[in-house]
Design a protein around this ligand. Structure first.
Ligand code: NI
Length: 263
């Protein structure tokens, strides 16, 4: 049993795939077969939250996990399955079938060159079902195309906001005001990453409604300002810093487990 993890790096630029050359990637693959792929979404986050919240948060958690482990981080996918948010301007959605194709193609591209463990750090609940479906499809494709890594190819979805210690911290900080969308925890993380966003913060009507997610017209009627049960005005940059390190600590352990090889 071996854990193949390169080890922590100081400078996060060292683990960004987009800043490496192909010979460097080839050399990395001699040592580690794992890679982190952040996936986000470009969608409304209530009247005070940034459209890119799910992208910013997934990318930041991924980079921090990469920094702590030395595992490479692929460029973040900025778009996700956000069909239900299309009633609000600025939302850009991939249909489930499109997202499935995109994630499948990215996994197969990585697998073709020898990556065997794809750790997908996700920032958006709407991506979960589709990403898992894409993994199932990619496993079949890897076999059908006779890729060398096919028997060992594994994909794991890690939604940072659902990690148990993050969930507990959010409860502790915000109680039932955490809600389901445009949550103070995700907004806190964006305030930590982009301090200027605090200028958009203001007290919103309380309570924000909760309920089901149907089509985008229904969503806008039920949740007129885009929030679901949340009070994003509770968000603080310092909470964001704690949430980021809590998520990174937990996901670093998950990633190491994921990279254990039983030989
Ligand atoms: Ni979000």
């Amino acid at each position: 049993m071996t854990i193949k993890v390169p080890g922590p790096v100081e400078d996060p630029d060292l683990i960004r795939l987009d800043l490496l050359t192909w010979p460097e990637v080839q050399a990395y693959l001699e040592e580690c077969k794992g890679i982190i792929l952040p996936i986000g979404s470009t969608e409304q986050h209530g009247p005070t939250g940034a459209i890119g919240t799910d992208l910013l948060t997934a990318e930041a958690v991924a980079i921090e996990v990469g920094r702590r482990t030395g595992v490479l981080v692929a460029p973040a996918l900025p778009y996700g399955m956000a069909e239900h948010h299309l009633g609000f301007p600025g939302t850009m959605s991939l249909k489930p079938e499109t997202l499935m194709t995109v994630v499948h193609d990215l996994v197969i591209s990585l697998a073709r060159h020898g990556f065997e463990r794809i750790f997908v750090i996700n920032g958006h609940g709407g991506n979960i079902a589709t990403a898992k479906a894409a993994f199932a499809q990619a496993y079949g494709t890897a076999v059908d195309r006779g890729l060398l890594v096919a028997p060992r190819l594994r994909c794991k979805l890690a939604s940072w906001f659902l990690v148990a210690p993050v969930f507990s911290l959010a409860r502790e900080l915000y109680g039932d005001k955490e809600g389901q969308h445009a949550t103070p925890s995700e907004i806190s993380l964006t305030l930590h990453l982009k301090p200027r966003l605090i200028q958009k913060q203001r007290k919103l009507d309380d309570p924000s409604p909760v309920g089901p997610i149907n089509g985008f017209k229904d969503f806008r009627q039920r949740y007129p300002d885009g929030r679901m049960g949340s009070d994003p005005f509770l968000a603080k940059p310092e909470h964001g810093s704690s949430l980021l390190s809590t998520a990174a600590t937990s996901l670093t352990e998950d990633l190491k487990q994921f990279l254990i090889y039983h030989e």
